[in-house]
Write a protein that binds this ligand. Structure first.
Ligand code: ADP
Length: 269
């Protein structure tokens, strides 16, 4: 059954808007059907999270999203004993819930998490698809409709924080990038309500700002920030003011770099 017919059959919630760039929806669906884990790589704000939300809704599966950070441990994913009303009770973490009940578990920025997380992910990402819960003595086998999706941003990862080959080679991987100009224009127009030709001007501007990446900037301006900018303009804010708040201040604190960005913005508008 295709994804769309599945969604129709299960009468699930409407999928959030996602404009595909290639065959990413087909690849996601295949991975889901074949019970393969998926790794999404790409810069921040280029549509990875939206894509996962979209696919989970299309497949009619619950989504458990975890934004990983450097204090996140395996127990945050699997669960822990908590004191509740004078009793100690085991409470499943999001990963365990997804394994028990079926669904998609999305670990955003997985490289940020503590090292013990990979110990939990390894048996889940080979053909055993097992989640051992040492604390409860359980060994859970993932159902067919469990899927693990992780993302990371290769751009700004510290070398010590990139994914180890032994981990990354357990995933089907997909590279994301900022969408091609026409697609990005449509996304921004759809998300912000701003007229398409005005969004096209923002996309042109983004190309010159992204060209500054590496020299002065760690990351190029994201689709997300362009949507913010268009949203403020659509709300009535003057263009330069909106651009400063969304395309300059979030990108850099360095006054010289900011001046460079402002110059490119003034040259466009
Ligand atoms: P990431 O997870 O890669 O950091 P998000 O998925 O949160 O980025 O994307 C940020 C925003 O950009 C979304 O909220 C959405 O408004 C917009 N966006 C980016 N790519 C797309 C796309 N292909 N279709 C629809 N919206 C998109």
């Amino acid at each position: 059954m295709s994804v769309s017919s599945l969604a129709a059959a299960s009468g699930e919630r409407e999928a959030p808007f996602y404009r595909s760039v290639g065959n990413e929806c087909g690849l996601f669906e295949q991975a889901f059907r074949q019970r393969l884990p998926l790794l999404l790589k790409g810069p921040t704000g280029c549509g990875k999270t939206r894509f996962v939300h979209h696919m989970a809704a299309r497949l009619g599966k619950p989504l458990y999203t975890v934004a990983c950070h450097d204090d996140l441990t395996a127990a945050d994913l699997t669960g822990r004993y908590l004191l509740q009303g004078g009793e100690t009770r085991w409470v499943d973490g999001p990963l365990t819930r997804a394994v028990r009940e079926g669904g998609i578990c999305y670990l955003d920025e997985v490289v940020e998490a503590r090292k013990d997380v990979s110990v939990v992910l390894h048996p889940l990402t080979d053909d055993r698809r097992l989640l051992p819960l040492e604390r409860t003595g359980e060994l859970l086998e993932a159902p067919d409709d469990f899927m693990l999706v992780v993302s990371y941003n290769p751009g700004y990862q510290h070398i010590l924080k990139s994914l180890k080959p032994s981990t990354r080679q357990r995933f089907v991987a997909m590279a994301f990038d900022f969408p091609p100009p026409g697609v990005e224009r449509d996304i921004i127009a759809r998300e912000s309500g701003l007229a398409a030709e005005r969004c096209a001007a923002l996309v042109n501007l983004a190309a010159s700002l992204r060209a500054m990446k590496g020299q002065d900037l760690e990351e190029g301006v994201s689709t997300r920030l362009l949507v913010y900018c268009a949203t403020l303009i659509q709300g009535g804010m003057p263009i330069l003011e909106a651009a400063r708040a969304t395309l300059v201040e979030p990108l850099s604190d360095d006054v010289d770099v900011q001046d460079g960005l402002l110059e490119a913005i003034r040259a466009t508008f």
